[in-house]
Write a protein that binds this ligand. Structure first.
Ligand SMILES: [Zn+2]
Ligand SMILES: [Zn+2]
Length: 260
């Protein structure tokens, strides 16, 4: 659109005017289509579609051509006095100035509306951005808490695993002690039997049972330990009669680990 171009003043049209147009005494201009439609309904009672001014006089609405022929230009003002020609030209220029001024106001209003809309959008997006930032901050804080919680849980799990390892070691130690005591007790019993002779009817075999193990471990010396082992309630000493296990005259194989 060039500065010299006029725009159809019909609100929904705003077409650039460049040939046959309609102009009104209230200084409005319309394209061929809009003017023909608006000014043919009731030619005697026209009103301006732009400003609603009644246009009932003969020259209130005129159809003109923006590209007049050379012949028209030569003849349209021919014969008129210079002051009349000047007056006509002045009015025509006023019309054009009004159109340009009106278009400038329209553009300024549009620009103001766009700026207002832009301002509203900026406010909206700033607010949305602030809200998002706040949410992100909240989420970060939550993430930090979760991380800390996870670290605590991991640390507790490691501590528990460490405690478990210690318990296992203690258990293995106790198992070692238990085996050692069992061996000692068995050796002691064997030597006693060898000293006392296998033919004595009171010779006994015994088996160390788990019920007296803790008692045996906690006994402060070997004698007490032996007593503790002798007090075994879960197991008993079983007398062995010579020859009863096989009857071939040889020393019977001791029966270890027999339960009651
Ligand atoms: Zn139009
Ligand atoms: Zn008008």
């Amino acid at each position: 659109m060039a500065d010299a171009d006029l725009i159809c003043n019909f609100k929904k049209c705003r077409k650039i005017l460049n040939s046959s147009i309609w102009v009104t005494s209230c200084s409005h201009a319309f394209c061929e289509e809009d003017g023909s439609r608006e000014f043919s309904r009731d030619p005697e009672n026209n009103t301006c579609p732009a400003c609603s001014t009644p246009l009932t006089a003969k020259y209130d609405v005129v159809k003109t051509n923006l590209n007049p022929t050379e012949q028209f230009k030569s003849m349209v003002l021919a014969g008129l006095r210079p002051e009349t020609i000047h007056d006509i030209a002045t009015r025509a220029i006023s019309f054009w100035c009004y159109q340009v001024h009106q278009e400038r106001i329209y553009q300024e209003n549009s620009a103001a509306k766009i700026r207002e809309r832009q301002h509203q959008l900026e406010e909206f997006y700033e607010s949305a951005l602030a809200q998002l930032k706040s949410e992100v901050t909240g989420l970060k804080r939550q993430l930090e808490c979760t991380k800390k919680e996870l670290e605590n849980q991991t640390r507790r799990a490691e501590e528990t695993a460490e405690q478990l390892r210690e318990k296992i070691q203690q258990y293995q130690k106790l198992q070692g002690v238990c085996s050692s005591l069992r061996r000692t007790a068995l050796a002691s019993s064997l030597s006693e039997r060898q000293r006392g002779g296998v033919n004595q009817p009171n010779a006994k075999e015994f088996v160390l049972g788990p019920k007296t193990l803790s008692e045996a471990i906690e006994a402060p010396n070997a004698a007490q330990r032996q007593t503790a082992l002798s007090n075994n309630q879960g197991f008993n000493f079983q007398p062995v009669t010579p020859g009863s296990a096989g009857g071939n005259g040889r020393r019977p194989t001791p029966i270890w680990g027999q339960r009651k």
